[in-house]
Design a protein around this ligand. Structure first.
Ligand SMILES: NC(=O)CC[C@H](N)C(=O)O
Length: 228
């Protein structure tokens, strides 16, 4: 299985994402610069965290106009797994690939520390390796993680089980319904504020993020690898 890690000017979690896939998962991965116009050779697309275009205007507001985003949309439309972490999530929201918007953290401070999450939906291609209701530890590092959407959108998110991760115990940023990560209706585009790529080895304080990447690979093998 081959992953793309999209790099924008200002991305800063691209190397961690690459490391998670290449060294911890042992799958193929390639960096893709933001002006790339074809992602057909990849089976999954990863949008890493960072400060794309310096977070000018709003986080992700400029990156969503990058040339590569047309191909990210194509990959999403083709049903390929598309994962946006932190700034990647913000870009997916700005691009309209996920519903809702991100506001500044309630306390107006950048917060960088491990948090606990509950796996609300383990029926997605990103979360099948988790138990439903499993509490996991994954670090956050953001200034704009206060997820917001209108009431109708929230109802739809709940009805369709699109809320995948919620903060557990304490909500660090004031997000609606403690939302930490959501999928699109089809279930192949996941955006999340916490950083699973920073939790792939016990030495980092947690290996809970690894199951997310394993889930993607398991999904891909189940749907693409024919065994005799
Ligand atoms: N780690 C990140 O991706 C940070 C995202 C964005 N720059 C913010 O502060 O909200």
């Amino acid at each position: 299985m081959k992953f793309a890690v999209v790099v924008f000017p200002g991305s800063n979690c691209d190397v961690d994402m690459y490391h998670a896939i290449a060294d911890e998962l042992g799958e193929e991965v390639e960096y893709v610069w933001h002006d790339e116009d074809n992602l057909d050779r990849f089976d999954a697309v990863l949008l890493p965290g960072g400060f794309s275009y310096g977070d000018y205007l709003r986080s992700g507001a400029i990156a969503r106009f990058s040339k590569v985003m047309a191909s990210v949309k194509q990959a999403a439309d083709a049903g390929k797994p598309v994962l946006g972490v932190c700034n990647g999530f913000q870009i997916l929201l700005e691009a309209g690939l996920l519903p809702g918007a991100m506001r500044r953290n309630q306390g107006l401070k950048f917060i960088c520390r491990p948090v606990q999450l509950v796996v609300e939906n383990n029926g997605t291609m990103f979360t099948s390796a988790y138990e439903k209701g499993e509490v996991i530890t994954i670090p956050i590092a953001h200034g704009e993680g206060n997820y917001y959407c209108d009431e109708q959108t929230l109802e739809r998110l709940v009805e369709n089980k699109q809320i995948v991760f919620r903060y557990h115990g304490e909500n660090p940023n004031g997000s609606l319904m403690d939302i930490a990560g959501i999928v699109n209706e089809r279930g192949n585009v996941l955006g999340m504020m916490p950083h699973p790529e920073r939790a792939v080895d016990a030495l980092l304080g947690s290996a809970d993020g690894l199951k997310l990447f394993r889930s993607i690979v398991n999904y891909w093998r189940e749907t693409h690898v024919v065994t005799a």
